[in-house]
Structures are given as structure tokens and as C-alpha cells.
Design a protein around this ligand. Structure first.
Ligand SMILES: Cc1cc2nc3c(=O)[nH]c(=O)nc-3n(C[C@H](O)[C@H](O)[C@H](O)COP(=O)(O)OP(=O)(O)OC[C@H]3O[C@@H](n4cnc5c(N)ncnc54)[C@H](O)[C@@H]3O)c2cc1C
Length: 483
């Protein structure tokens, strides 16, 4: 191995120091008493994440109202060696937003859309704007902010950036990183980096925003962002189709791309087991008469005259039937019908909770390898967990599958979940055989932190530790997460 270019010292201890009353008062004074939460009831919502897998503890939640207040908090934290955890909508799935005694800095009050520019096709907003509100602000100007994830009513654009969220439209528009033009970030020193810009091209040295995108709050606190907007498609068609296997699903994707002029903006794979759970627990209707082991839900969007996309979808389905790729299908006849179809997919995460324990993986492999991965991983978990119910679903067009396994009916939840680490280690080994990733879009947090060193090259770990040390030498920003 080549000689190191820098020395990486271990980061300071991640055990948070006890907060004295005096320090709590000083932090609280920055945001004002009303926005500093210290009561058990006030803090409780910040300590439990959506799946209930991770819980945290913290003596103080601060809710700053602007960048200057965030800066003052971080400066005081750095000066006093006090660790903080930035929190957005608290929808993260890897425990990264959970405090282990640190102060929580919630961005929720920083929820102003600052500017929507339909000449530059760009939106500038504070980090605490929910994804839904960002979409609405774009839509009011006839534009779209195309990030689309099922948690969009609650998650915040700052959180989307800090996790580099992917989601359903990733296939056409890229992930959050691809949509970002510029950032404003409070650094660990308390200094503010104003990198807000609407420039599409700027090759003046290192592109620093990329360090903060996907950093899970460990390198800085994102306080504002400028994001790309796109023209709103004039017409859409949503299709739910039964396919006999993931192989046919991928062949169908190629056909849809070819015949639609690449107008496909979403292409999701779902197993019968997951569809049944959405029908059972989310009040969804079975869209097709017969049963199939697999389904795809896809959407076309474009600028044809109204109805043009449905005509295209119908002719694509005719070819798909002829080629034996699709067994049955329906094209949504109205916006409501399209929403009903999407509800089946969007509910698929939450309904699994109602079926008992679920061991989850957010993996990606090269798109062409998804069917082989699914065969191998399904056979493995059926052997390791007799009676379990695999529910693999997700963004097959991006090679990203949420390879989830629900416990067997009547099985003890805790006994089942106790096998998570062992099962995941083996599933992730298959992912690695295919050159895949053990975290396609949810991040590392604490859930996968201990696996990171095993999957990254030593030189990658060294670069990551070196960057952390440079930007947060006192390890006050979300310590113990990612690294
Ligand atoms: C039902 C459901 C569906 C989901 N679907 C998807 C999906 O399709 N694709 C996907 O990628 N994810 C998905 N997620 C995961 C989650 O919604 C995303 O990771 C989201 O981007 C997190 O945003 P948040 O505001 O809730 O962040 P939080 O959960 O609050 O925080 C997540 C991380 O970001 C950091 N952070 C938050 N705000 C800031 C900030 N302003 N500055 C610096 N760091 C910050 C936190 O410290 C933490 O490390 C889903 C979650 C749920 C519950």
C-alpha cells in the first residue's frame, strides 16, 4: 500500500460530557426559552424514529429560528466540547438522527421557502422546509421539484441532502445530490459557508457542497439550499402490471424505455406478499383480478397533449403482452386511480410493521444482476429463517431493492429480530459478490457503521476519517455516526 498522505488521529471520545445547568441555560438563551425543550414530554418526539428500531436520549432539544442561531449554537458547542445531533423530519432509517445524550438541533422552525426562480429553474429554501412544501412551492410556479419519497410530508430538504435521499423518481431525475446547486452550511467552528448559488456550471476548484451531501450531519449543519427545478410534465400515465418474475420486469423496463422515448420516470417492483400487506392494512384495492407472484408499477411523464401518455402506455402494453412480458395490467384512468395504485407501493414500508418483526436491507446491485441477487438471497433467507416471508420491493430500475423479510406468522418477534445481524451479514456478502452496495439510499448511521470498514477500502476509510478530522476536529457533530 502507498504511504499515507496525512496522519489520521483517533477522533476525541464520543461519550457526551454531562451538560451543566449553566451550559443548558447558555444554549437555551441562543434560541429563546420557548424554543429550548427540556421536559421529558417536549423532548420525547425527537427520541424515537419511525420504525421504532432506534431510540435516543437527550437533555435538550434546541429549535433555532435562523442560520445565525445555528452558528451561535455550534460555536458554543465547539468551545465547550458539547456534542450535537442535527435533526430534520426524523424519518431517517439508520438511526443517524438519534441522540445518545447529545443536544438535538432541530431544523424544523427554519421552514421558509426563500425564492422560487422560474427563469433560473431553481428554488432556494431553508433546510427545515418539508419535501412536500418544496414540491408545492415549485408547483405553484408550474415547475416540479422531482424528489419523491413516501416520507415527503415529514422529511425535510436538509435531511434529504444530509442523507442524499434517492426515492421513486431517481430513475429519471437522479438523487438529491444531482438536484442540488448550492448550500449554506454552518461548520463545526460555527463559521457559516455561504455556497448558495443557482449556477449550473462552476469549475473553480473542489465542489465543496458534495462533502456535506450524504454526510449524515457529521461534517456540518445544512441551513439552506438551492435546488434544481424542472418543467412540469403536461401529461402522465400510471401502469400496474403483473409479471412472472424480476427477469420479465427488467425486460419490460427496456421495452418501456424504448417505446416511450425514455419517458419513464418511475419503475418499481413489488412482490405479491407486499401487495397483500398493503391491501390488508392500508385499505388498498387489489388492482387486478388474478394473482401474480410479482408486479411492476411504472409511470410515464412527458409533454404530449393530454391523453398522449395513456395512448403510449396502452401500445407499450400491447407489445408487452405479445412478447409474453406481462400477464395482466391496468392503466390508471384518473388522477385518483393513479394515486390509489401508488398508495400500494408507498404503504409497503409501513404495513410491514403490522405483520410483526421485519429484517430490512437497503441494497443495490447492477440493474442486470437484480434477478440473480433476488434468487440467491431469497433462497438463503428461507434456509436461515424457516417460515419467514420475504418482501423484496423497490426501485428495480436503479438496481435498488429493499430486501425485507417479515417474520413467520405466529413467530416470536424478538426471537426473529435477534437474528438480524447474522442474516444481514450473509445477505450483504451476496450483495458484495455482485459488486453492490449495502446502503443504496438510507445511509450508514449507526445501523451499518460497524460494517463500513469491512466494505470500504482502507484508503477510503482513511480519506473519510481525514475529512472528518479536518472539518470537525473536536468530534462535536453527530459523533459515532457513519465513522
Ligand atoms: C415511509 C418512509 C419511506 C422512505 N422512503 C425513502 C426513499 O424512498 N428513499 C430514501 O432515500 N429514503 C427514504 N426514507 C428515509 C428518509 O425519509 C430519508 O432518509 C430522508 O431523507 C431523511 O430526512 P429527514 O429530514 O427526516 O432527516 P432525519 O431523519 O431527521 O435525519 C437524517 C440524517 O440527516 C441529518 N440531518 C438532518 N437534517 C440535517 C441538516 N439540516 N444538516 C445536516 N444534517 C442533517 C441527521 O443528523 C441524520 O444524520 C423513507 C423513510 C420512511 C419513514
Amino acid at each position: 500500500m502507498c504511504e499515507r498522505l496525512w496522519t489520521v488521529e483517533p477522533l476525541p471520545s464520543i461519550v457526551p460530557p454531562m451538560l451543566t445547568n449553566d451550559l443548558i441555560e447558555k444554549f437555551s438563551a441562543i434560541v429563546g426559552r420557548a424554543h429550548a425543550l427540556t421536559s421529558e414530554a417536549g423532548i420525547a418526539p425527537y427520541l424515537l424514529e419511525p420504525r421504532g428500531k432506534f431510540s435516543g436520549h437527550s437533555p435538550l432539544v434546541l429549535r433555532p429560528g435562523g442560520t445565525e442561531e445555528v452558528s451561535a449554537i455550534v460555536r458554543l458547542a465547539n468551545d465547550t466540547g458539547t456534542a450535537i445531533v442535527p435533526q430534520g423530519g426524523n424519518t431517517g432509517l439508520v438511526g443517524a438522527q438519534m441522540p445518545a445524550g447529545e443536544i438535538v438541533v432541530s431544523l424544523s422552525r427554519m421552514n421558509r421557502v426563500l425564492h422560487v426562480d422560474d427563469a433560473d429553474n431553481c428554488i432556494t429554501l431553508e433546510a427545515g422546509v418539508t419535501l412536500h412544501n418544496a414540491q408545492e412551492a415549485a408547483s405553484a410556479k408550474g415547475l416540479i421539484f422531482p424528489l419523491w419519497i413516501a416520507s415527503q410530508g415529514t422529511c425535510q430538504v436538509g435531511g434529504n441532502l444530509a442523507t442524499n435521499a434517492g426515492g421513486i423518481n431517481m430513475l429519471a431525475y437522479g438523487n438529491t445530490r444531482d438536484l442540488c446547486l448550492g448550500l449554506e452550511v454552518v461548520l463545526a467552528s460555527g463559521d457559516v459557508w455561504d455556497g448558495l448559488t443557482s449556477l449550473r456550471k462552476d469549475n473553480t476548484g473542489y465542489d465543496l457542497k458534495h462533502l456535506f451531501i450524504g454526510c449524515e450531519g457529521t461534517l456540518g449543519i445544512i441551513t439552506a439550499a438551492s435546488m434544481k427545478l424542472l418543467p412540469s410534465p403536461a401529461d402522465r400515465a400510471t401502469v400496474f402490471a403483473a409479471v412472472s418474475s424480476p427477469v420479465e420486469a427488467l425486460e419490460l423496463l427496456s421495452l418501456v424505455r424504448r417505446m416511450s422515448g425514455n419517458a419513464v420516470v418511475a419503475f418499481e417492483l413489488m412482490p405479491r406478499s407486499g401487495v397483500e400487506m398493503s391491501i390488508e392494512h392500508a385499505g388498498c384495492r387489489d388492482p387486478l383480478e388474478g394473482r401474480s407472484d410479482w408486479y411492476v408499477l411504472f409511470e410515464l411523464a412527458g409533454f404530449d397533449a393530454e391523453g398522449g401518455m395513456k395512448t403510449k402506455a396502452t401500445s407499450i402494453l400491447e407489445s408487452a403482452f405479445e412478447e409474453g412480458l406481462v400477464d395482466d395490467a391496468t392503466v390508471a384512468a384518473s388522477t385518483q386511480a393513479a394515486q390509489d395504485l401508488w398508495r400500494i407501493r408507498e404503504a409497503m414500508s409501513e404495513v410491514q410493521r403490522l405483520e410483526g418483526g421485519s429484517i430490512k436491507h437497503d441494497i443495490s446491485v447492477p440493474v442486470s444482476k437484480v434477478p440473480a441477487f433476488l434468487d440467491q438471497a431469497t433462497a438463503l433467507v428461507k434456509k436461515l429463517l424457516p417460515g419467514c416471508r420475504p418482501v423484496p420491493f423497490g426501485h428495480i430500475g436503479d438496481g435498488n431493492i429493499h430486501f425485507n423479510i417479515s417474520q413467520g406468522v405466529g413467530e416470536d418477534r424478538e426471537d426473529f429480530l435477534a437474528k438480524w445481524q447474522d442474516v444481514s451479514g450473509k445477505v450483504h456478502a451476496i450483495v458484495r459478490e455482485y459488486g453492490g452496495s449495502i446502503s443504496a439510499e438510507h445511509g450508514i448511521g449507526t445501523l451499518k457503521r460497524d460494517e463500513l470498514a469491512a466494505i470500504k477500502q482502507p484508503v477510503e476509510m482513511e480519506m473519510m476519517r481525514g475529512i472528518k478530522q479536518l472539518l470537525d476536529p473536536n468530534n462535536i457533530l453527530n459523533p459515532g455516526k457513519v465513522l
